[in-house]
Design a protein around this ligand. Structure first.
Ligand code: KIV
Ligand code: ZN
Length: 505
């Protein structure tokens, strides 16, 4: 099994395979925000996108490659020159660029998708790896649908692409079809039958169609895989990809089984990264989701609560703080000073400038006037609401609503735009609708609401409400959020945040 301190390379594909999840479109500013969060999380490789898929994706990968430091930045390409050119154009400014070339190798794909023989596929694979290698030393090659590929052909193609310069060979379970024993055996077979395999890192990439993506990835690690491709919250095509946080915490929690394996993930940053990805993609995390679900560390039954109070390890195999989850821990209140706030923000893993802390402090004081106890989740929400990578052009000065069962709801909003005040009034189907229509009038931008969701950040009647909405305006679609103890204010903030994002694109 593992030799002493075997490093497992965490290849995060949240921004590529994760973003392929139906309904999860991220704009460039959101992708950049996630990329920075992934660096703080400690991932080794960020697969930032699939540049040939659109000009926007290319630009977004380019921006990440230029400004995100500390990880390998990877771009995906089919085994086609144009794709590889686009991938290289996107990652060339990264300090450590990588190109990930993929080509289907299973009979079912070769026959039905592109009607090619094994020889033709082999030639294309080798040519494309050689072509990519001219630009970039670090090449990842994926024989798509490996788990349904004839083994003899797989060994041959892996040997040839390694000889052509691939430094990582991936074994994707594209359709989530394999199971742990079979997948572990496949990795062993690759090690035994590909003579030059020692020249490349074996990578795994599992989809979750049978709910086995994490189990399969772990089985592969035991057999010799040293790179795992995964996503935050397990988002991705169809049923998603292997979840980063589950793999990392399994390796860490069961050190007795995964002896000697380690990752560079800062586990205390897992929870806030999960929340960020959830908010920006608009995908809620199921309460029972392992590691990052809202209930993952909550004990409801009396017997469990009693046990945990006597000795945590009776019912807790991980400490919530290890993943940055503080649950209902009261952290701050009205009388907490700026220093305590700053310290707590630091403990939560936020690296903020003094100016940013001052802004958070203002929001914190406003919140503390309305809400007795401020929990970590409240703070995370305020920070993610307040600290934006884009400079806001529209700033909320205030709003008023008039609503009730017997009146036609109306709203007035006051906004600031480049030192000018713009106010407008409108009626609507409800107070939120009236506010949105008033904002449209005040900004002169017509927004089309595509999705709208409210969540309580913490428990209790005075809980902070968080609104996550998807807005289309000026031909662009963005997801934005806003938080407040008042759900109308949270909605107004989210709507204005969305308009600011649109202005920045
Ligand atoms: O699932 C898959 O096969 C992929 C490849 C591009 C690696 O996402
Ligand atoms: Zn995939």
């Amino acid at each position: 099994m593992a030799s002493f301190m075997d490093k497992i390379i965490i290849f995060d594909t949240t921004l590529r395979d994760g973003e392929q999840a139906p309904g999860a479109s991220l704009n460039p500013a959101e992708k950049l925000e996630i990329a920075h969060a992934l660096v703080d999380l400690g991932v080794d490789v960020i697969e930032a996108g699939f540049p040939i898929s659109s000009r926007g994706d290319l630009e977004s990968v380019k921006e990440i490659a230029r400004s995100v430091k500390g990880t390998v930045i990877c771009a995906l390409a089919r085994a086609v020159k144009g794709d590889i050119d686009a991938a290289y154009e996107a990652v060339r400014h990264a300090k450590r660029p990588r190109i990930h070339v993929f080509l289907a190798t299973s009979k079912i794909h070769m026959q039905h998708k592109f009607k090619k023989t094994e020889d033709e596929v082999l030639r294309l694979a080798v040519e494309s790896v050689k072509y990519a290698k001219k630009f970039c030393a670090d090449i990842d090659f994926s024989p798509e649908d490996t788990t349904r590929t004839e083994r003899k052909f797989l060994f041959k193609i892996l040997k040839e692409v390694i000889a052509a310069g691939a430094t990582t060979v991936n074994i994707p379970d594209t359709v989530g079809y394999t199971e742990p024993d079979e997948y572990a055996d496949l990795v062993c077979a690759v090690k035994e039958n590909v003579p030059n395999i020692h020249k490349a890192v074996i990578s795994v990439h599992c989809h979750n169609d049978l709910g086995l993506a994490v189990a399969n990835s772990l089985a592969a690690i035991k057999s010799g895989a040293r790179q795992v491709e995964c996503t935050v919250n397990g988002i991705g095509e169809r049923a998603g990809n292997a979840s980063l946080e589950e793999i990392v915490m399994a390796l860490r929690t069961r050190k007795d089984i995964y002896k000697g394996f380690n990752t560079s993930i800062v586990t205390a940053n897992i929870y806030k990264t999960s929340r960020l990805v959830s908010k920006l993609t608009g995908f809620a995390v199921a309460p029972n989701k392992a590691i990052v679900g809202g209930n993952a560390f909550r004990h409801e039954s009396g017997i469990h609560q009693d046990g945990v109070l006597k000795e945590r390890s009776t019912y807790e195999i991980m400490r919530p703080e290890d993943v940055g989850f503080s649950g209902s821990g009261i952290v701050l209140g009205k009388h907490s000073g700026r220093h305590a706030l700053k310290e707590r923000l630091k403990e939560l893993g936020f690296k903020l400038s003094d100016g940013e802390v001052a802004r958070i402090n203002t929001r914190f004081k406003e919140l503390a006037d309305k809400k007795k106890n401020i929990f970590d989740d409240d703070l995370i929400s305020v920070v993610q609401d307040e600290i934006k990578l884009v400079e806001p052009v529209w700033i909320l000065l205030g709003f008023e609503i008039n609503s009730g069962t017997k009146i036609n709801p109306s709203a007035k909003v006051d906004l600031k735009y480049k030192n000018n005040i713009s106010s407008a009034q409108s009626n609507g189907d409800g107070p939120v609708d009236a506010c949105f229509k008033a904002i449209d009038k005040a900004t002169g931008v017509k927004g089309e609401l595509q999705d709208y969701r409210i969540e309580a950040v913490t428990k209790g009647k005075d809980a902070l409400g968080e609104v996550i909405l998807k807005l289309k305006a000026k031909g662009k679609v963005v997801t934005a959020r806003g938080s407040s103890t008042d759900i109308i204010e949270a909605s107004v903030r989210a709507y204005i945040n969305a308009l600011n994002k649109i202005e920045s694109l």
